[in-house]
Design a protein around this ligand. Structure first.
Ligand SMILES: [Zn+2]
Length: 170
């Protein structure tokens, strides 16, 4: 690796250390010409995840977009930013591990819902109403009935379905 100070190619590694739980390697290097030291990092190349939409269009998975849609579904809920962040991390790594980096928007929605269902009933129902494509009202009501206990005390206005969230589906 070239020295950032004198551009010499004659550098050597002094120390290598795994960081970020082994996701990266940090190397201390020294230039044999000017003796200055510098650090380099080695990480796996992150290959993109492809999301296949219901109209069969493909798009590159965007962590930001997923985060935004969850944040919207979670407004006026008790879910912390940290929890939402974890849900996104979790979903992302599941797509890498189980879906070989290609997932339908439908499956992606299910991964999110599975986690929201455990985390917050209101956020779950908002998200589910958009992404689950219930084939009938009865099916949706059944789903809600299943969660009856966690929904006690919620008002219908709390659901606050909005057009922005619906736009994200397509
Ligand atoms: Zn140098």
């Amino acid at each position: 690796m070239r020295c950032p100070f004198c551009s010499s190619d004659n550098t050597r590694v002094l120390e290598s250390r795994a960081i970020d739980d082994g996701a990266a390697i940090r190397r201390r290097r020294e230039c044999a010409e000017c003796s200055k030291r510098f650090t380099s990092y080695e990480r796996l190349e992150q290959l993109p995840i492809i999301v296949i939409k219901s109209n069969l269009n493909k798009e590159v998975f965007s962590r930001e977009k997923l985060l935004k849609s969850i944040v919207r579904a979670c407004s006026k809920t008790q879910l912390s930013t940290l929890t939402i962040d974890r849900i996104v991390d979790d979903v992302e790594s599941e797509i890498y591990k189980k879906y070989h980096r290609e997932i339908s928007s439908q499956e992606l929605g299910s991964l999110v819902m599975k986690r929201l269902k455990e985390a917050d009933a209101l956020a779950y129902i908002r998200y589910a109403s958009i992404f689950k494509n219930f084939t009938s009202l009865v099916e949706f009501i059944d789903e809600i009935k299943e969660m009856e206990d966690s929904l006690l005390g919620l008002k219908f206005e709390d659901l606050d379905f909005n057009d922005e969230l619906i736009e994200d589906k397509n």
